[in-house]
Design a protein around this ligand. Structure first.
Ligand code: ZN
Length: 218
């Protein structure tokens, strides 16, 4: 009789614990999912604002004091302009990383996205800081080849790496480079002076290298 009671209580305790663990898990998952949606929407708002010319207005509403300490309104405006002119509108983005942390009473979230814009792909890293019930942007980084300050000036004839516009020497191998005028002139002259067709290449129509192919078709 006593044994039955003890077993019953133990079973009830186990059932309760399992229920709590599952319930807690579901609760945490829901909290995680709803936070990740809020963060994602915030990023969308910023990118839309950049393309609508209202990016400057999000400086006060979407960023933390610390962000504004490091990034002036002018720098922020330039970021929005770069997004608009070099990337264009967001077409899709995928969450690739999301980490929540807590320091003292402050919650942070680091979110990374792989994004596709009209003009090319980009990786977006945002650190959010929770203030009240809002997540504000503490750092905002958009990485894309499209956002490089200078597009390549050309390809080095010695090592084949790209060098920046206006470079006098190749940054990869030190080869001295022709100035832009000479380079353009040189190309034109080479094209005109060469008697042979320029398209003839070593890769074109390789001859059968092995004797096996001669056996076919007989
Ligand atoms: Zn080089």
């Amino acid at each position: 009789m006593n044994v039955k009671v003890v077993l019953g209580v133990a079973l009830a305790a186990v059932v309760l614990m399992v229920a709590l663990i599952i319930g807690g898990g579901v609760y945490l998952y829901r909290a995680f999912k709803s936070s990740s949606q809020v963060l994602s929407q915030t990023v969308d708002e910023l990118l839309t604002a950049a393309n609508n010319g209202t990016f400057e207005q999000t400086y006060r509403t979407h960023t933390t004091l610390k962000f504004r300490d490091v990034t002036s309104l002018e720098e922020y405006r330039q970021l929005g302009e770069a997004i608009r002119t070099r990337l264009g509108r967001l077409q899709s983005k995928k969450l690739t990383g999301l980490y929540f942390r807590q320091f003292n009473a402050t919650r942070y979230a680091d979110a990374s996205y792989q994004a596709r814009f009209e003009k090319g792909p980009a990786t977006i890293h945002v650190r959010f800081r929770k203030r009240g019930d809002k997540w504000l942007v503490e750092t905002f980084r958009v990485q894309s080849p499209r956002l490089r300050p200078e597009l390549p000036g050309g390809t080095c004839p010695a090592c084949g790496k790209d060098y920046p516009k206006g470079a006098k020497f190749c940054p990869s191998c030190g080869q001295s480079l022709p100035s832009e005028d000479e380079s353009a002139k040189g190309k034109a002259e080479r094209a005109r002076d060469s008697g042979e067709p320029p398209t003839e290449s070593h890769e074109a129509s390789p001859a059968p290298a092995s004797g096996d192919s001669s056996d076919k078709g007989h």
